[in-house]
Design a protein around this ligand. Structure first.
Ligand SMILES: NC(=O)c1ccc[n+]([C@@H]2O[C@H](COP(=O)([O-])OP(=O)(O)OC[C@H]3O[C@@H](n4cnc5c(N)ncnc54)[C@H](OP(=O)(O)O)[C@@H]3O)[C@@H](O)[C@H]2O)c1
Length: 298
């Protein structure tokens, strides 16, 4: 029997996460993908979003597009809110009433709560800073719209694509003999490939006749397992890669940035694990796989 392929539109397809969907898509032969970079679809342009999302009968829209320059956002508030919040309304308006589901990504920054326990999705949100506030507003717009949306709050995204902490540390580790890295922000990295693969596995699970469809329209945390700090990660990178650069531990207060960072980004993953039976890797595995992918791309 020939089954109809699941049609998926990926927005923001040239970012770290978007490129991971490009990388993985051939392994999911029962899905067909259309990838839209910023040039193909500017999500801040309501008419363009509408035209692109109406151009095919998509079953899912995966929105990887975002304003992610956390510090720059402090001086570009309008642009940040346009992309991270208002554009969510444009996407919702375009797909509303058309049996299209949205997958959207948010951030650990929305919580900004230090309680010493893994943050549950039910935790209160007291975002600090423009980026964090814009991400929460984007979530709220989506939840208030009448579409079905899976919102995934993720943290510390790394990949062989784009710019991220792991790639920066590798470069600095080769160029410098000593590096100061913050040791009092606690959380875990998320390997973007693991996140993309979790999304595609969730979409696959939803095709089962016995799937509980109500599990889709919810907000979930997703990051690697474990707890670490930027210092720990940097130190491990230097050791694993045989780099002689010495990593020195400093505090957030010693490394001031325009946007305030949460000191606690440890998120509970029980909800997503139990809902979809996901096997979430530890950050050691996430880092190892990311480093291998970076080497493979060189
Ligand atoms: N990176 C992290 O550490 C992190 C942490 C927590 C949550 N998240 C969330 O995870 C998601 C994916 O992040 P990422 O790391 O993949 O980010 P990324 O690498 O910065 O990619 C974002 C992509 O969105 C594109 N974009 C920006 N404005 C756009 C617009 N108006 N229309 C269309 N595309 C636009 C960017 O294009 P340009 O390059 O041309 O600007 C870029 O390709 C985002 O929702 C982000 O907020 C990320």
């Amino acid at each position: 029997m020939i089954m109809k392929k699941i049609k998926i539109a990926v927005l923001g397809a040239d970012g770290q996460l978007g490129q991971e969907f490009r990388h993985l898509h051939q392994s999911y032969e029962y899905m067909s993908f259309d990838f839209f970079s910023r040039d193909d679809c500017d999500i801040a342009d309501q008419e363009e979003v509408r035209a692109v999302l109406l151009s095919e009968n998509f079953d899912y829209v995966i929105n990887c597009a975002a304003y992610t320059a956390v510090d720059k956002a402090e001086s570009e508030q309008e642009e940040c809110f346009l992309i991270n919040a208002k554009a969510c309304q444009f996407i919702c308006n375009a797909i509303k009433g058309r049996h299209v589901r949205l997958v959207h990504f948010s951030s650990d920054y929305v919580y900004h709560v230090y309680n010493g326990f893994p943050l549950k999705e039910t935790e209160r949100c007291i975002p600090s800073g423009i980026y964090a506030k814009s991400k929460l507003e984007g979530e709220n717009i989506i939840r208030a719209s009448e579409i079905e949306a899976l919102i995934l709050r993720t943290s510390w995204v790394v990949s062989s694509f784009g710019h991220n902490f792991v790639k920066t540390m590798l470069k600095l580790g080769k160029d410098k003999s000593e590096l100061n890295v913050v040791n009092d922000q606690l959380g875990t990295i998320t390997y973007a490939r693991h996140l993309a693969s979790a999304v595609l596995n969730i979409i696959t699970a939803m095709t089962s006749e016995s799937a509980d469809q109500s599990l889709f329209n919810q907000t979930y945390n997703f990051s690697s397992e474990g707890i670490t700090s930027w210092y720990d990660i940097a130190d491990r990178i230097m050791k694993d890669e045989g780099l002689s650069c010495k990593v020195q531990s400093i505090t957030t207060a010693e490394y001031p940035t325009p946007a305030v960072r949460p000191l606690w980004s440890v998120m509970a993953k029980n909800k997503i694990r139990e809902a979809f039976g996901l096997d979430i890797p530890h950050w050691f595995t996430a880092l190892k796989e990311c480093l291998l992918a970076i080497k493979a791309d060189q």
